[in-house]
Write a protein that binds this ligand. Structure first.
Ligand SMILES: Nc1ncnc2c1ncn2[C@@H]1O[C@H](COP(=O)(O)OP(=O)(O)O)[C@@H](O)[C@H]1O
Ligand SMILES: O=C(O)C1=C[C@@H](OP(=O)(O)O)[C@@H](O)[C@H](O)C1
Ligand SMILES: [Mg+2]
Length: 172
């Protein structure tokens, strides 16, 4: 396990970025956030990129940036919530590392997203908590089959990263 990337996948707000940093620290590896890399390379926020170029262009760039990671040393990589659901990104991640699907109940996800800085996430920035729940339910109907191709499925609502490391034998 240790000589491959670990790709964290799952819906917006499930904690890929926050937990990814912790996981990388525990495993003493580099941490890469696909969204942060996107912002650094394009020189603008994801919200601005969506406004100026639209989602279709975002997805193409996101795919290209993901592919750049193939020859980097093994890292913990937090993907954006949509990345696994476009092109053959999920197959590519499965070929180039270990994929871990972070899940939690939709209600908890809606609460968490409502409390977070929504302006950073263009797809949900104008939604109320109630609308968020409908949005999550709708999108997950489409997205879950992509996420479900991950090697490991983990409920992260009450899981800390030390437990995850043990559960998956990541330090073994
Ligand atoms: N274990 C946790 N408990 C409570 N809130 C959390 C936890 N992990 C993340 N959050 C919060 O949830 C929001 C989304 O987390 P984030 O890591 O950005 O998710 P993702 O990268 O999957 O979209 C943030 O506001 C973050 O502070
Ligand atoms: O689910 C999505 O389509 C998106 C998720 C975001 O990442 P997080 O999952 O880290 O919020 C970011 O890539 C962009 O706003 C689109
Ligand atoms: Mg994130």
């Amino acid at each position: 396990m240790l000589d491959k990337h670990l790709f964290l996948v799952g819906f917006m707000g499930v904690g890929k970025t926050t937990n990814g940093k912790k996981l990388a620290q525990i495993l003493q590896r580099n941490f890469i956030d696909l969204d942060e890399l996107f912002v650094a390379q394009e020189g603008m926020s994801i919200t601005d990129y969506f406004k100026i170029h639209g989602e279709a262009d975002f997805r193409k760039k996101e795919r290209d940036i993901l592919r750049q990671l193939g020859d980097k040393e093994p890292a913990v990589i937090a993907t954006g919530g949509g990345a696994p659901c476009f092109f053959d990104n999920m197959e590519w991640m499965n070929e180039n590392g270990i994929t871990i699907y972070f899940q939690m109940p939709y209600q908890a996800l809606a609460q968490r997203l409502a409390a977070s800085k929504r302006q950073k996430r263009p797809l949900i920035q104008h939604l109320s908590e109630e609308e968020l729940l409908d949005f999550i339910t709708d999108r997950m109907a489409y997205r879950h089959p992509f996420y479900a191709k991950a090697a490991h499925h983990i409920n992260v609502l009450e899981l800390d990263m030390k437990q995850l490391v043990k559960q998956l034998g990541l330090l073994a």
